[in-house]
Write a protein that binds this ligand. Structure first.
Ligand SMILES: NC(=O)c1ccc[n+]([C@@H]2O[C@H](COP(=O)([O-])OP(=O)(O)OC[C@H]3O[C@@H](n4cnc5c(N)ncnc54)[C@H](OP(=O)(O)O)[C@@H]3O)[C@@H](O)[C@H]2O)c1
Ligand SMILES: *[C@@H]1O[C@H](CO)[C@@H](O)[C@H](O)[C@H]1NC(C)=O
Ligand SMILES: *[C@@H]1O[C@H](CO)[C@@H](O)[C@H](O)[C@H]1NC(C)=O
Length: 280
């Protein structure tokens, strides 16, 4: 038997076990299917158009962190299409290339996230900040994960606040909780709390469950998990997963709304509801 066949057989076994684990976890999770009512409702297209027009009149500017990521690139696309800002700046670790002419007016700033203090000027003069930054423990190790998902995010938010930014929109995760014993949920909860302490005029946290996406970068285990979440969604579960497009739409639509409080949290169900509204 070739090395390749043996490898494939092992992989097959591993994914089999993984599917079982994911299924088991999902069954357990349905017990925690959140019973809170949905706070956000979808909106008529005409109402959304009016809000967009009013917002556009204000000539506001925004920046995006993580615009090269799965959520970030859809958020960028949504912002470009709906054209509600007079200026969009992408802040990232590398320069991105776009074919589409619609993207020609974007401003790009390349920064070293380990030395963000040197780039304070980049964060100056934006009205709204969006953050879809993130890595995984598998990619970056535990320390690297905390650096990116907590430290980079918090430092960027601090610099933006100091630079006059009045609203911050942060994508974290379903189940984020600074008291959690899971590193992932703990770090997400901690960054939510630390950014809230910066006291933006407006602060919105988005906590999606599993993002339903056709990722370019193929990850077999994730692919199986996604199949499972799609199946769950198709039988009516609304708090476990959300189409990734809905997250982008919800972040943009929510920017146009007047929040009841300075800071708000949109749970998966809220994202799903609001993410439907901007349909054309
Ligand atoms: N995927 C899910 O199912 C899921 C579910 C709930 C919540 N979330 C959270 O939602 C957020 C966005 O997820 P996603 O799947 O859209 O993200 P993604 O596709 O993995 O994109 C991550 C973004 O962060 C940037 N980034 C990663 N490591 C970096 C580093 N060391 N320095 C600078 N930039 C770095 C990437 O830039 P490069 O392109 O340069 O690498 C990219 O723009 C994350 O916080 C994630 O934890 C994800
Ligand atoms: C926005 O820009 C337009 C065109 O540049 C200008 O006519 C308008 O007065 C500006 N509005 C505000 C609120 O600054
Ligand atoms: C975390 O624990 C503290 C202290 O027990 C408690 O006051 C707080 O409400 C908890 N926060 C969350 C998000 O569970």
């Amino acid at each position: 038997m070739s090395v390749l066949t043996r490898l494939l057989a092992t992989l097959g076994k591993a994914t089999g076990i993984l599917t079982l684990l994911v299924a088991l976890a999902a069954v357990l999770l349905t017990y925690f299917e959140d019973a809170d009512p949905v706070k956000y409702t979808s909106m008529a297209a005409e109402d959304m158009k009016t809000l967009e027009e009013n917002f556009r009149q204000q000539n506001k500017s925004c920046f995006i962190l993580g615009a090269s990521g799965e959520t970030g690139k859809l958020l960028l696309q949504e912002l470009v299409e709906r054209n509600i800002f007079s200026k969009i700046t992408l802040i990232g670790r590398r320069l991105l290339t776009f074919e589409d002419k619609a993207y020609a007016n974007l401003v790009q700033e390349v920064v070293d996230f380990e030395k963000l203090d040197d780039y304070a000027a980049v964060f100056q003069g934006h009205d709204v900040g969006y953050c879809c930054l993130g890595t995984t423990r598998a990619k970056a190790g535990a320390d690297g994960f905390v650096r990116v998902d907590h430290d980079y995010v918090l430092k960027s938010a601090e610099l933006a606040k100091a630079g006059g930014c009045s609203q911050f929109h942060l994508e974290t995760s379903r189940g984020a909780n600074k008291n959690s014993s899971f590193l992932y949920l703990k770090v997400k909860g901690q960054v939510e709390a630390d950014v809230e302490a910066l006291d933006f005029d407006r602060y919105s946290v988005y906590r999606p469950g599993a993002l339903l996406v056709d990722r370019q970068e193929r990850r077999p285990a994730e692919w199986i998990a996604l199949k499972f979440f799609k199946a769950l969604a198709s039988v009516g579960s609304t708090s476990m997963s959300v189409p990734i497009q809905a997250v982008a739409k919800a972040m943009v639509s929510n920017t146009l709304l007047q929040p009841e409080k300075k800071s708000e949290i949109l749970e998966n169900k809220d994202i799903a509801a609001l993410g439907k509204s901007a349909k054309k």
